[in-house]
Design a protein around this ligand. Structure first.
Ligand SMILES: NC(=O)c1ccc[n+]([C@@H]2O[C@H](COP(=O)([O-])OP(=O)(O)OC[C@H]3O[C@@H](n4cnc5c(N)ncnc54)[C@H](OP(=O)(O)O)[C@@H]3O)[C@@H](O)[C@H]2O)c1
Length: 274
């Protein structure tokens, strides 16, 4: 299988690159239609995985003040891929986000059919715009939330939370990346298209995550509880907090392990690296 990954140097892209060690990983601007067309004609991939996007450094607040770059990577780029992969009949996969919802979505969590309801940051709006366009076309759009793994990467949710002195106590869906990669490859092998929430079973607040971290990794780790009301004093753009349903994924026969179990696995791995 000839796999081509855009954004392969990033957090998600490098994980896909280790999953497909023979994948092509060109350094091409996905918003540049001529360059994308050229690489697709040259390499003739069976699958394109789009992990390119602007998430902001050190965080999504960056996107508020870098709107053109964010729009180009998060909206124009996916539209170029839609055109260039679509016209060549190439199956392609996009990494979307669940940060386009706010709230618990009733007792079951938000499903792929629920209209997005979070527009509090420019980053989220760009993810929402591309999500809503892609759903009209035969693309596999994988929505993830607060991704984590057992690595020491600065992009890992656990590493990020470890660096905060105050941590938010609002329940969220989370995505354990080894489970995500298994789910993604299962859907890709079957060339399934459509939008899927790819989150672990259950929900947990970042504060509860750090309580578990103190139990498993570092009992000396100190942090305080941050409420939703306090959050606006430490960030400039709004942050989505939401619970998503992974029921559609389950109906495809793909189970995501319970989130506390996944966190325990990741934290034990992290502990062995520290
Ligand atoms: N990490 C999260 O919390 C999270 C959560 C939900 C969804 N996602 C989505 O997952 C995708 C990947 O995120 P990530 O965490 O892996 O981000 P990342 O580590 O910042 O990686 C993204 C990569 O894409 C590259 N890139 C940006 N714009 C590009 C363009 N126009 N053409 C080609 N490459 C471009 C970036 O290069 P530069 O560094 O040079 O810009 C970077 O190497 C994004 O679409 C993001 O919205 C991430």
């Amino acid at each position: 299988m000839n796999v081509l990954i855009f954004g392969a140097k990033g957090y998600l892209g490098s994980l896909f690159a280790s999953l497909y060690p023979h994948a092509l990983t060109p350094s091409v601007d996905i918003a540049d239609a001529a360059s994308v067309a050229q690489i697709l004609d040259q390499e003739k991939p069976d699958i394109v995985i789009n992990c390119a996007g602007k998430t902001g450094r050190p965080n999504v607040d960056w996107c508020e003040t870098h709107r053109e770059e964010t729009l180009r990577s998060n909206v124009t780029g996916p539209l170029v891929l839609l055109q260039e992969c679509g016209s060549r009949g190439i199956y392609w996969v996009h990494i979307g986000s669940g940060c386009i919802y706010e709230g618990e979505g009733g007792s079951r969590g938000y499903t792929e059919e629920d209209p997005p309801n979070f527009t509090g940051s420019f980053y989220s709006r760009t993810k929402l715009w591309s999500d809503q366009i892609l759903r009209e076309f035969p693309v596999l759009n994988l929505r993830i939330r607060m991704p984590f793994d057992g690595s020491l990467s600065g992009r890992n949710l656990l590493t990020k939370l470890r660096g905060y002195s105050r941590v938010l106590d609002v329940r969220n869906s989370l995505t354990y990346l080894p489970d995500f990669l298994r789910a993604a490859s299962s859907l890709m092998e079957r060339r399934i298209t459509g939008t899927f929430n790819v989150v672990n079973e259950g929900a947990i607040s970042p504060y509860e995550v750090m309580q578990l971290f103190a139990e498993i990794v570092d009992p000396t780790h100190a942090f305080e509880r941050l409420t939703l009301e306090d959050l606006s004093s430490v960030v400039s753009a709004g942050r989505s907090n939401c619970i998503l349903s992974a029921g559609k994924l389950k109906r495809e026969g793909i189970e995501m392990q319970p989130v506390r179990q996944a966190l325990t696995e990741a934290m034990n791995m992290m502990k062995s690296l520290l």
